[in-house]
Write a new protein. Structure first.
Length: 300
């Protein structure tokens, strides 16, 4: 049975390589160095995935050995979606053929955090040693991903006690003595923004580039707001294809031809803001009071 599985997987891989992996839309989620979450593993310790010619991927696998890990060498990596129309590939396979065994590796990105990957290894012995074929499972974490080393600048508050207050002729959202958002004379926008905070139970206001932040977002604990709100004003985008691009004299975050955020000359802040978007997989940019929005937030 396993021999049949290996044969099918190998044939699929060959077909994918022959077609130049035309169906693979976004290999970037797999690209990078992945380390086993178990430092004491006796199996595979590290994976290195790199882009190859023709929109293909190569993988290099390392296994536990002494005094240093064994290099299995490089092999083609084929990715898969959930259907023939699905261009968001979250699974992958590769096959290693050795003189004494064949090993099929299957991988799947975590649906909640694409910096995490689950790997299953199936080994079939071919050397007549009477050793039993075996399988193993492991979890891997990407090293140096977009969220690696990201330091967020957030201020905590209590959404239950937050309220709109008129101070010196200006409407503000406050939590006790803490002034969080200033709306000037726009009372309706202040009230609507407070409704957003309470709807999502947001308890952190986050910034990129204070004291004059070029990017702001809300957090609900360790995530961003999730789910729709009636009457909201949001623009959808794809966090996987979003990138930093210079347009004229300004650095912007764009998704295809859609320019979403303008950072002027602040290239580093644009990059950090993109890292935030990718970390939380935000796919909606939302506003209160366009044009000239007085309140902005990300959500999924």
């Amino acid at each position: 049975m396993f021999k049949r599985i290996v044969t099918i997987a190998t044939a699929t891989a060959a077909l994918g390589l022959t077609m130049g992996q035309a169906a693979m839309a976004k290999p970037a989620d797999f690209i990078g160095t992945w380390k086993n979450s178990n430092p004491n593993t006796r199996g595979i310790t590290k994976l290195i995935v790199k882009k190859a010619a023709g929109n293909k991927l190569n993988i290099q696998v390392f296994g536990q050995c002494q005094p240093k890990d064994c290099d299995w060498g490089k092999s083609g990596l084929v990715t898969y979606g959930k259907s023939v129309q699905d261009r968001d590939h979250t699974a992958a396979t590769t096959t290693y053929r050795k003189s004494f065994a064949n090993t099929l590796l299957t991988m799947k990105l975590s649906p909640r955090n694409r910096q995490l990957l689950s790997l299953s290894s199936f080994t079939q012995f071919t050397d007549r040693s009477n050793r039993q074929n075996y399988f193993s499972n492991a979890r891997f974490k990407k090293v140096g991903g977009v969220a690696s080393g990201l330091k967020e600048d957030c201020v905590a508050f209590n959404p239950a006690t937050a309220r709109v207050r008129l101070m010196n002729g200006r409407y503000k959202i406050v939590d006790g003595r803490h002034m969080m958002f200033d709306f000037g004379n726009k009372k309706a926008e202040a009230v609507q923004s407070l409704a957003v905070i309470k709807r999502y139970k947001a308890n952190k206001s986050c910034f990129v580039g204070r004291p004059q932040p070029s990017f702001q977002y809300l957090r609900v604990g360790n995530r961003i707001p999730t789910g729709a709100m009636r009457g909201e004003d949001c623009v959808a985008f794809n966090p996987r294809t979003a990138k930093v691009k210079r347009i004229g004299r300004s650095w912007r975050i764009v998704d295809g031809n859609h320019s979403m955020f303008n950072f002027g000359s602040k290239r580093n802040e644009a990059r950090k803001s993109l890292a935030v978007i990718k970390k939380y997989r935000a796919n909606k940019s939302c506003f209160v009071g366009r044009p000239g929005a007085s309140f902005k937030y990300l959500r999924r």
